[in-house]
Design a protein around this ligand. Structure first.
Ligand code: SF4
Length: 662
C-alpha cells in the first residue's frame, strides 16, 4: 500500500539555511499552482534533472504543467535536481525528493516524468529516481512504485537509458500527456497494484501514439554488432512514431509563465513563435526531429507577448524558436512590441526584445533597427563553420557576405558585442576550415571597428557530436586528442587580438556526449556505475569526470572508440532504428552522400518537397504565413533573394540541387 502523505516542508525547512540558494526549493513563484490531489486524479511530477536555475525556464515542462493542471483527471507539480549540498542533507536526514509546489514526496506521485535535453544529465536522472525512493532499474519496480517516464530531444535515442525508464514520450507532448493520463486513470483506480497490473498498463501505454515502452522490446546482438530491437508481443508496434501537433496556434501555452523568486537562466518572458525548422543543417538534430515548420499566428504572438508582459512584470521578451528571424512578418511583430508610440493596440511599450536564435542570412538592418529601439541585449549568430566549403558540407548555406552583412547591421545600429557559435570536428574538416573560424571572427572585429573602437566579438567553439536522425549519424566523431589539437590551432591563431575572445567546450565532455548520443542498451550499466561512484552534474565542468566514464566502460568491457569514433555503414542497424522521427532513412543516407560531395539542399519551406518523410508520413504540412522567404540572404539557394520576390531558382526534381561556390 502507498504511504500516507508526508509533510516534507516541515522536515526540509530547518535545513534550508545551511544550503546554497534555498530559493531553489521553496516554490511560490508567480504562476505556480497548488493543485488538489484526489484519488481519481493521475498525479504527474514533472522533473528537470538539473538545477532549478537551468530547469525552471524550460518551456516544455511549463507547457505540460499547465495543460495537465487544466484537466479534471490530472494534477501536475514540478521538481528539479537538488544541488549536491541539499542532496547530502536529504540523504542524511532520510528526506525524499519532493515537489517544489506542495512539497509532496516524489514517491507519492503516479508518474515521475523527466525532460531530457542533454545527455550529460542521464546520471542526474538516476539520482533523482533514487532520491525518490524508487529502484533505478525499471525491472526492480513493483506495482506501487510510480512510473518513471522521459521526453525531450535526448529520448530520440532512448536505448542507453532504456533500463531505467518505464516509458518514453517522443515528440510534442501537448496531446500525448492527455492520452497517457486516460490510460493511467484506470490503473490508478485499481485497489491493489500488482506486477501484472503494472505490466498490463505499460503494454496498454505502448499502444498510445508517440509512446515507447522499452521493456516491451528485446535486443539481439551478434558480438559487438546490434542485430535488431524487436517487440516482444504482436500488439506492440515494431516502430514507434513521434507525436506531432499539427497546429501550434491551438496551443497558446504557457499562458501563465512562471516568474522565479531567484535568478535563473533566460530570466524573461519567453514566447515560442514557431516549432520545427527545415533549413536542413546536417548537424542539427533539433531541426530534423521537429519538422515540419508550424508557425503561430502573428496576432497570437502579439497577444501572448502583451498578456505575458502585463501579467509577469517582465520588461524583456524573447521570441523563441529554432531560427526566429525566419518567422513570417518578424519585423512587424517586433515593431508592434517595441514601438510604444504606435497606434497598434497590441503595442507593449518600452521593452527589450531578444531573438535568441538568428540565422545570419535572415537578419537584416530592418530587424536590427527595430530591436535597437528598445534596450539592447547581446546578439548571437551561428555561422557554425569557418569556410564556405565546410558550410556546404553541413548545409548551413550562409556566405561570408551574409555574416558580414548581419554583423555590420548590428554594429551600425549601436551593438557593441556579438557572439558567434562554431563547431569543429565536422566531417572532412581540414585545418584550413578550422582556421577559417578565426578569420571570420577577426573580420567581424574589423567591421565593428568602423562603427565603434570598443567592439567585442566572442567566438564560442564546440566539438561536433553526431546525433541520431541527422545525415551525420553515420560519421565517426573526432577523438579527444584531435579536438584538442584543433582547439590549440584556434587558440594560437586568435592570440594578440583584445577584441576577439575565444572560448571552447571541453573535448572530454564532448566524448561522453557522443557516447550517450549513439549508444545502445549496453551503456545502461555504464551510466549506473558512474552514478553510483558519485558522478552527478556531469554537465557542470567542475563536476565532470572523464575518468569515471572510462573506468565504467572498461568494467563493462566496452570500447569508447567503437561507439564514438567509428564510421557506420549504410546497412548497419542503428540503436534507434525502431524509433521514427518521420524522416526516411534513405533520405538521410542520400543527404549524407550529398554532404560528402559538397552538395547543398534548399529549405523546403519555399521550394518543392524533397520527400524527407516528416510531412507526408503524418499527413501534415508546414504552416508558414508567408509564401516567400524573409528579407535578405541566400536562403539556401546560393543566390541573393530580393525582398518580397519568389525564390529565384527553379527546382524541378525532388533531389538536392548543387550549389556552386559564389
Ligand atoms: S537553421 Fe539549421 S541549425 Fe538552425 S534550427 Fe534550422 S536546421 Fe538547425
Amino acid at each position: 500500500m502507498r504511504q500516507p502523505t508526508r509533510d516534507i516542508w516541515t522536515e526540509l525547512e530547518p535545513h534550508l539555511a545551511d544550503v546554497e540558494k534555498p530559493a531553489r526549493y521553496i516554490g511560490l513563484e508567480l504562476g505556480a499552482q497548488t493543485p488538489e490531489h484526489a484519488p481519481h486524479k493521475v498525479s504527474w511530477l514533472l522533473t528537470y534533472p538539473d538545477t532549478y536555475e537551468v530547469g525552471l525556464p524550460n518551456q516544455g515542462l511549463q507547457i505540460l504543467y499547465e495543460i495537465l493542471n487544466e484537466r479534471d483527471d490530472a494534477v501536475a507539480e514540478r521538481s528539479y535536481a537538488p544541488w549536491t549540498d541539499l542532496e547530502a542533507v536529504l540523504r542524511r536526514e532520510r528526506i525524499p525528493l519532493f515537489s517544489v509546489d506542495t512539497h509532496r514526496a516524489a514517491g507519492e506521485f503516479d508518474v515521475l516524468a523527466f525532460n531530457l535535453s542533454a545527455e550529460l544529465t542521464f546520471t542526474n536522472l538516476l539520482n533523482c529516481v533514487d532520491l525518490a525512493g524508487i529502484p533505478v532499474r525499471a525491472r526492480d519496480r513493483h506495482g506501487d512504485h510510480p512510473l518513471v517516464a522521459a521526453g525531450g530531444h535526448c529520448t530520440y535515442n532512448p536505448e542507453p537509458i532504456a533500463d531505467f525508464l518505464d516509458f518514453v514520450v517522443l515528440g510534442d507532448g501537448e496531446e500525448a500527456v492527455g492520452d497517457i493520463t486516460e490510460v493511467l486513470r484506470e490503473w490508478k483506480a485499481e485497489s491493489r497494484r500488482t506486477p501484472e497490473s503494472r505490466h498490463n498498463v505499460l503494454r496498454e501505454l505502448s499502444h498510445v501514439e508517440g509512446v515507447y515502452v522499452p521493456s516491451m522490446y528485446e535486443v539481439d546482438y551478434d558480438g559487438p554488432v546490434l542485430k535488431a530491437v524487436r517487440p516482444r508481443y504482436p500488439d506492440v508496434p515494431a516502430q514507434v512514431e513521434k507525436r506531432t501537433i499539427a497546429d501550434l496556434g491551438q496551443w497558446p501555452y504557457p499562458r501563465n509563465q512562471l516568474v522565479p523568486l531567484t535568478e535563473v537562466v533566460h530570466d524573461r518572458l519567453n514566447v515560442e513563435v514557431f516549432r520545427g525548422c527545415t533549413r536542413g543543417c546536417r548537424f542539427c538534430q533539433a531541426g530534423m526531429i521537429t519538422r515540419p515548420v508550424r508557425e503561430r499566428p502573428a496576432d497570437q504572438v502579439r497577444t501572448m507577448v502583451q498578456e505575458g508582459l502585463r501579467r509577469t512584470g517582465y520588461d524583456e521578451v524573447a521570441l523563441t524558436s529554432l531560427s526566429t528571424a525566419d518567422f513570417s512578418g518578424i519585423e512587424g511583430v517586433v515593431k508592434s512590441i517595441v514601438d510604444g508610440s504606435s497606434d497598434d493596440p497590441t503595442s507593449c511599450g518600452n521593452v527589450s526584445v531578444s531573438l535568441p536564435s538568428l540565422r545570419v542570412d535572415a537578419f537584416t538592418v530592418g530587424i536590427a533597427a527595430q530591436i535597437q529601439k528598445a534596450r539592447r541585449t547581446g546578439l548571437t549568430f551561428a555561422p557554425e563553420a569557418g569556410t564556405w566549403r565546410m558550410r556546404q558540407i553541413i548545409n548551413k548555406l550562409i556566405r561570408e557576405e551574409d555574416l558580414y552583412g548581419a554583423v555590420d547591421s548590428a554594429f551600425s545600429q549601436g551593438w557593441r558585442r556579438v557572439k558567434l557559435y562554431f563547431l569543429t570536428g565536422l566531417p572532412s574538416e581540414t585545418d584550413a576550415d578550422t582556421l577559417g573560424i578565426v578569420d571570420l571572427a577577426r573580420n567581424c572585429v574589423e567591421l565593428g571597428k568602423k562603427h565603434n573602437r570598443n567592439v567585442q566579438v566572442k567566438a564560442s567553439v564546440g566539438g561536433f557530436v553526431p546525433k541520431p536522425f541527422t545525415p551525420f549519424q553515420w560519421f565517426g566523431q573526432n577523438t579527444v586528442a584531435e579536438l584538442q589539437r584543433k582547439v590549440g590551432l584556434l587558440r594560437d591563431a586568435a592570440r594578440g587580438s583584445r577584441q576577439l575572445q575565444l572560448t571552447w567546450h571541453d573535448p572530454k565532455a564532448t566524448l561522453v556526449e557522443g557516447l550517450m548520443s549513439r549508444g545502445d542498451r549496453r551503456l545502461g550499466p555504464v551510466i549506473e556505475s558512474v552514478w553510483r561512484q558519485g558522478g552527478t552534474f556531469q554537465e557542470w565542468s567542475e563536476h565532470f569526470d572523464l575518468a569515471l566514464w572510462e573506468k565504467a566502460m572498461a568494467e563493462a568491457g566496452l570500447e569508447p572508440d567503437w561507439y564514438v569514433h567509428r564510421h557506420r555503414t549504410e546497412d548497419e542497424v542503428l540503436p534507434w532504428d525502431h524509433i521514427s522521427a518521420g524522416l526516411h532513412k534513405d533520405f538521410l543516407w542520400q543527404d549524407w552522400q550529398d554532404a560528402l560531395a559538397e552538395v547543398g539542399l534548399p529549405d523546403c519551406r519555399w521550394t518543392p518537397c524533397y520527400d524527407c518523410g516528416a510531412c507526408t508520413g503524418y499527413g501534415i504540412e508546414h504552416v508558414v504565413a508567408s509564401p516567400v522567404p524573409p528579407a535578405g540572404g541566400s536562403q539556401g539557394t546560393g543566390q541573393d533573394l530580393m525582398r518580397g520576390t519568389g525564390v529565384p531558382v527553379a527546382l524541378t526534381t525532388k533531389r538536392p540541387v548543387g550549389v556552386g561556390t559564389p
